[in-house]
Design a protein around this ligand. Structure first.
Ligand code: G3P
Ligand code: CA
Length: 309
């Protein structure tokens, strides 16, 4: 496994200290050992149990901090959100990292650091090379030094924050075997024990095949398919997944009711978490449709609009 250089560690300690002090920008904050502690009574745990849809911080609190960085999940925690969403891909040398696009160009300084390596695909760079990149400055100078976390670093931070994870396997067609590898890393990080599986982890993908593979490897895991199958096709999805997570523009109350009317892979009514909803009016609209969760870049806006506490 790749080990981050010592120079980053000092900056990381500073960032961690800032985090403890409640600072808003803790760029390069380095993960530490998971505590294993769970959320206390009264946390936002559970599926729309009290008052409204569950709110998921998409790529972390990504309206306010650089997406898929540790800063983004730390900020989600400080805002009071325990569910965070991320995107998992694989480096050239086989490390799982948390980044959304299949190139590094939009969210890092890769074009400056490696000018001759276009088109800057994630899978064309080693973990050590990616670790050199600044994943924060593009968003704001206060986040200079934020980095692309490995999945392990990310999991340990989510655990330390006592948060929960909606993990997306991104573009699995580019990374053969990524499902098994993701489960291996989850297991090594302590995320496949009974408590995590029951309450703290959901694995999703736009690839039905990938979701099916995850379900086959770990039938106890909660999974979700990203997309909007026709009502006629929904029963086929119910065989291997528990949730259907659609883009909000593609759904209606009738479609949500049709999903709810089916029992998923674990014998419970299937659920719907919709994305990306960043404004109050749309949040109220999808809540009225009956969705179970809202995945958003601006979780505070959605909580204010529809409340999950
Ligand atoms: O969690 C839903 C959402 O992440 C799907 O779209 O492109 O942001 O990964 P995308
Ligand atoms: Ca995603």
């Amino acid at each position: 496994m790749y080990v981050r250089p010592a120079a980053a560690t000092a900056a990381a300690f500073l960032g961690f200290t800032l985090t403890l002090l409640g600072g808003t920008a803790s760029a390069a904050a380095r993960p530490d050992t998971a505590t294993g502690a769970g959320p206390g009574p009264g946390s936002a745990a559970g599926r729309a149990a009290v008052g409204g849809p569950v709110v998921y911080a998409h790529r972390g609190a990504s309206a306010y901090a650089p997406e898929n960085t540790l800063d983004a999940i730390d900020l989600a925690m400080r805002l009071g959100f325990d569910w965070v969403e991320n995107d998992v891909q694989r480096t050239k040398d086989g490390e799982l990292v948390v980044v959304h696009d299949d190139t590094l160009a939009r969210t890092t300084d890769v074009e400056q650091v490696f000018p001759d390596r276009g088109p800057w695909k994630v899978g064309d760079f080693t973990a050590a090379e990616i670790a050199r990149l600044d994943a924060g400055s593009w968003f704001g100078e206060e986040y200079a030094g934020a980095f692309v976390p490995t999945l392990r670093e990310y999991l340990d931070r989510v655990q330390r924050n006592r948060q929960r994870l909606l993990l997306e396997i991104k573009k699995p067609e580019l990374y053969p075997g990524i499902e098994e590898q993701t489960l291996k890393v989850l297991g090594e990080a302590g995320w496949l024990d009974e408590r995590h599986v029951a309450q703290r982890l959901v694995v999703q993908s736009f690839s039905a095949d990938s979701v099916r593979v995850v379900h086959g490897l770990r039938p106890d895991l909660v999974t979700a398919f990203l997309g909007t199958p026709t009502v006629a096709d929904l029963p086929r999805y119910a065989e291997f997944t528990d949730r259907i997570n659609p883009w909000h523009t593609t759904i209606s109350a009738d479609w949500v009711a049709a999903v709810h009317g089916l029992r998923g892979a674990h014998g419970k009514a299937m659920e719907v978490d919709t994305w990306i909803v960043d404004d109050a009016a749309t949040a109220r609209k999808v809540k009225a449709m009956g969705v179970d969760g809202i995945i958003t870049n601006a979780p505070d806006v959605i909580r204010e609009a529809v409340g999950d506490f």
